[in-house]
Ligand binder design. Structure first.
Ligand SMILES: [Zn+2]
Ligand SMILES: [Zn+2]
Length: 241
């Protein structure tokens, strides 16, 4: 007798047979050797004007974003990365979150000690969170990919992790489906800080899967700063175009 879960697994196995997205090795979504071949971002730039620095937003770009810096693990141009992120989000292959968060860990650990952003040293004042989904979207998808990434990432670093620090109060269209212009206004007033937590003078790192125009992270940073936080940085797997 096959129960419902067994049946679900069989159907998923037919639709998405488990094999490495890179080399088709069976039974893994991303094998060790393909994972090791993914080049990590070695350049640190201002996320707005791309001037080389330590990944912080440079002085002259402060007027256009509330973010203080961006940590970008690898390139979205890498087909394995693009496929993995899409499979995690749209094909519900949640096992990929663990694998992708390993890349994030490796990237943070690879930072040149002289150039490492100070926020990563501010342990006692540092809070880690993720970009939240609206309750309705969470029900549709069943999980928040950014939360899975952040949770796995933090198992290594052990920062103060508060997944519910930000709340999404507006149900909006998916950013990816909108034009550049629409993306900017789509998220106006979409986020709020959960007042159960005191973030006065705290530094916050927000994890998301992909950043494109930085609109989502900027909106999150805006409300965090309004609520009193000090520095706000984003950490993503990749930056899309
Ligand atoms: Zn492989
Ligand atoms: Zn700049």
């Amino acid at each position: 007798m096959i129960n419902l879960n067994g049946l679900k697994k069989i159907i998923l196995d037919i639709l998405f047979p488990i094999e490495c997205l890179g080399c088709r090795t069976p039974d893994v979504w991303l094998c060790k050797s393909c994972l090791e071949k993914i080049p990590l971002n070695t350049m640190a730039n201002c996320p707005v004007c791309h001037k080389a620095n330590n990944a912080s937003v440079c002085k002259s770009c402060r007027t256009v974003t509330a973010l203080d810096g961006m940590l970008i693990t690898t390139s979205y141009e890498n087909p394995i990365i693009k496929q993995s992120i899409q499979a995690l989000k749209y094909n519900y292959l949640t096992d990929l979150a663990k694998i992708l968060s390993e890349l994030m860990i490796k990237y943070i650990d690879s930072f040149d000690k002289k150039n490492i952003p100070a926020i990563l040293y501010s342990q006692s004042e540092l809070m880690l969170t993720c970009v939240p989904l609206h309750k309705k979207r969470l029900l549709e998808r069943g999980f928040n990919q950014s939360e899975l990434l952040a949770r796995n990432f933090n198992q290594h670093f052990g920062f103060t992790y508060i997944p519910e620090l930000l709340m999404r109060i507006k149900y909006t269209s998916a950013q990816a489906l909108l034009s550049k212009k629409e993306r900017v206004t789509n998220l106006n007033d979409a986020f709020e800080v959960n007042r159960d937590f005191n973030i006065f003078n705290k530094n916050v790192i927000i994890i998301d899967d992909v950043a494109t125009t930085l609109t989502t992270l900027n909106e999150c940073a805006k409300v965090l700063k309004r609520a009193g936080s000090k520095e706000v940085w984003g950490l993503v797997i990749a930056r899309g175009s």
